[in-house]
Design a protein around this ligand. Sequence first.
Ligand SMILES: Cc1cc2nc3c(=O)[nH]c(=O)nc-3n(C[C@H](O)[C@H](O)[C@H](O)COP(=O)(O)O)c2cc1C
Length: 206
Amino acid sequence: MAQFTKNPPLNESDLPPVPRALLERWLADAVAAPMQEPTAMTLATVGADGTPSARIVLFKGFHEDGLTFYTNYESHKGLDLAANAKVALVFWWDKLERQVRIEGRAQKLPEEVSRRYFYQRIRDSQLGAITSRQSQVVATREELDARLDANEARYQGADIPFPTFWGGYSVTPALVEFWQGRHGRLHDRLQYRSKGAGWIIERLEP
Ligand SMILES: Cc1cc2nc3c(=O)[nH]c(=O)nc-3n(C[C@H](O)[C@H](O)[C@H](O)COP(=O)(O)O)c2cc1C
């Protein structure tokens, strides 16, 4: 049975007044750990019929205090988000025995922000984004590869056109819980709950 002892306890007196400051510190610790995918987070969405769905996406920085990620707007998650902006995010850093849970609302990033990010990515990623009809059923792998080859040939020596069905979301948190594993299973859980312009900090039982 794992005994969580990697980090010092999480005390109320250590907490900055806003959750973003602590999240940035914990992300930096995860990057330094090092870990294979320190910015990987589980994104849970809810469809129009109330069905929940979760998958991993990569955190790509903050936009006006919202957590950003990039995806296909017509994917399963994209359709969920068009129907219901409420989401949950979870980071789990095993080496640090830390979890962060977030609840909030997702909104699309301004197109110029997504466009800038799209052209910072390597060309193969750009081609992948325009080629994949993310979350659709495809008959065979060959069909997908053929579509990629066709796009490669079509745009050889030219810029890949920016796909308007692709871009970022920013998740504005209303609740952020920091979980630090402790020896003996009485783990530390400190939660920031948004109230008015500020945050209320509460300790939760483990
Ligand atoms: C480590 C990891 C990172 C991923 N990052 C992203 C990402 O940033 N954006 C994305 O759209 N999908 C990402 N994926 C793929 C998603 O988990 C998922 O398969 C895809 O987005 C389709 O999800 P959907 O059908 O629920 O919309 C990642 C998967 C893994 C395992």
